[in-house]
Ligand binder design. Structure first.
Ligand code: FAD
Length: 518
């Protein structure tokens, strides 16, 4: 097989055009191909750029053609995930069914390990009902919400499946998604996206797949403590029982604050920097126009990723978790506290596009102590809840820049449900954060025209961009407890659905094949 790169297809042409281009480049008629990568080039004439795998050998291609195509053609070898249970691991308890926990469970169960998954939240179908109630009434279930429940934090998200990892095993994560109902294009799109509507179903299918491999799920059950003996966990204690296994995987996500307190008791964690800010909403059509110079139903809703490091400012500011055609959602997991995030459906055709605009913070803002960052998050979320009185505090960008509460909206309407109140978001964070965000909004406007437009809407508060703690580990193992494997975003080693899933997969490989025993 060969890989052929850099094949340009104008945005308004279909796949027939692509096969024609391949035929022309190789001077061949008879071949099969599959798309390997597809990206959008919006710099000059808008086009899609493809890499394809063709079922021909390099020896079948004219030497002059190979010379002409230079680096754009070479032999291709498929990568296989070959793992054996060399360490003869019999059983594992996994706490948390977010992507990190699920992908660790998937591989361990596939290799014959008896896996038990403990999840404080509910099955995805039941969780959906609780989240609908949250959106309709503002009533929060502290164990079944956008953060907690089957599939973890990303289940009610934009379902962006991007990852910066160059690790080849990422492709196995995508294959497992596709095998369980995700669209095939995630295997090759440069910015794969699935949307919350499809992702929920994939999570359910992955559960059934893992159960068929012999694993047991325990929903609505929370890890509350460990029993420790000679530097190892002897058993874990939940609010409903106790479990013993050869190894324990902790995949609890970035919002398990009560569990972080328990881990601190055993001196397993340290604080780490993270970022806080607001979510910004623009009209989708304005972002599309700014990014493409045109609006077309044939193009995907436009994305952006912006960052500003200004030496004059105390904080770097960046956009995060951009949701084209998406919605701003309540992602709190504690009553009388508010934090928000973004989600979208597969079609990404909502009226607005949103993203988080967040400033990096560290102990200069929240002080010393393993849990200082988490305590700061709590304080901010309480302020935001009080300001909104159960709804979300929102402000026009112009009013934020001029330090006054909004009195009337312009062309952008907030999407947060069940509703919003007008506020002055300057009252939430320390001044250095507000200052850095204001400066960044103006600079970001140079990159995406209209980003800092008067009528864009800010909603507060975005506090859970990443974990405020790190569960210290070396080669996937806790430094202090030999048979404990902290993984995923909560442990501070990944950020996002794919990197968390990959961390889970790699941890399972370490357990099965690593040199050290559990
Ligand atoms: P989580 O997914 O957080 O899973 C942790 C699980 O552990 C949860 O199910 C929780 O209930 C459970 N748990 C916690 N404590 C306990 C306990 N004591 N006992 C038992 N169970 C426990 N990332 C992207 O890549 N793309 C996106 O589009 C995207 N959008 C997002 C939108 C929203 C609204 C949110 C909140 C996040 C989004 N993210 C997105 C981030 C992404 O969801 C996380 O990076 C990812 O889910 C982290 O995976 P994880 O497995 O480490 O933890």
């Amino acid at each position: 097989m060969i890989i052929l790169r850099n094949i340009k297809v104008p945005y308004d042409k279909d796949e027939k055009f692509l096969s024609g281009e391949i035929a022309k480049k190789l001077n061949k008629r008879d071949f099969n191909y599959k798309i390997y990568k597809k990206s959008l080039d919006a710099r000059h004439e808008i086009s899609f750029v493809y890499q394809v795998i063709v079922d021909l050998d390099l020896a079948d291609i004219d030497k002059k053609i190979i010379k002409r195509l230079k680096n754009n053609i070479e032999e291709f070898h498929e990568d296989k995930l070959e793992v054996e249970n060399i360490n003869k691991i019999k059983s594992a308890v996994i706490i948390g069914t977010g992507p990190a926990g699920l992908f660790a469970a998937y591989l361990l169960a596939k290799k014959g390990v008896k896996v038990t998954l403990i999840e404080r939240g509910k099955k995805v179908e039941e969780r959906l009902r609780d989240i609908d109630t949250l959106h309709e009434t503002g009533k929060l279930d502290e164990n079944s919400n956008v953060q907690f429940g089957e599939g973890g934090a990303g289940t009610f998200s934009d379902g962006k499946l991007t990852s910066r990892s160059k690790d080849k095993r990422v492709s196995h994560v995508f294959e497992i998604f596709v095998k369980n109902g995700a669209p095939e294009d995630i295997l090759y799109e440069q910015k794969p996206h699935i949307g919350t509507d499809i992702l929920r179903n994939v999570i359910k299918n992955i559960r059934q797949d893992i159960e068929r491999k012999g694993a047991i799920y325990k929903f609505s059950e929370k890890l509350i403590d460990f029993e420790i003996c000679n530097g190892k966990i002897n058993k874990i204690i939940t609010d409903k029982g106790e479990y013993s296994a050869d190894c324990y995987i902790l995949a609890i996500g970035n919002s398990a604050r009560d569990t972080f307190v328990m881990l601190d008791k055993y001196d397993l964690i340290e604080q780490k920097p993270f970022a806080v800010g607001f979510r910004i909403e623009h009209l989708r059509k304005n972002i599309d126009k700014a990014q493409y110079g045109m609006i077309s139903e044939k193009l995907p809703s436009a994305t952006y990723q912006l960052n500003v490091t200004d030496k004059e400012e105390a904080h770097s500011v960046y956009t995060f978790c951009m949701c084209p055609g998406g919605y701003v959602v309540n992602s709190s997991s504690i009553k009388s506290q508010l934090c928000i995030n973004g989600m979208s459906y597969h079609d990404r055709r909502g009226e607005n596009s949103n993203s988080a605009v967040v400033a990096t913070i560290d102990k200069k803002i929240y002080g010393e102590g393993n849990l200082a960052g988490m305590n700061f998050q709590n304080e901010i979320e309480k302020k935001a809840y009080k300001m909104g009185g159960g709804l979300a505090p929102v402000q026009r960008v112009k009013d934020f820049m001029e330090n006054r509460a909004t009195e009337k909206l312009g062309e952008v309407l907030p999407t947060f449900k069940p509703g919003y109140v007008f506020a002055d978001l300057n009252e939430i964070y320390p001044e250095s954060i507000n200052h850095a965000i204001k400066n960044a909004l103006k600079l970001m406007n140079r990159r995406v025209h209209g980003f800092c437009s008067d009528d864009a809407i800010l909603t507060g508060v975005e506090t859970r961009t990443s974990s405020p703690i790190r569960i210290v580990r070396e080669n996937y193992r806790s430094e202090k407890l030999k048979n404990l494997f902290p993984i995923g975003e909560g442990a501070g080693y990944s950020g996002g659905i794919i990197s968390s899933a990959l961390d889970g997969l790699k941890c399972a490989m370490e357990i099965l094949e690593g040199e050290k025993e559990c």
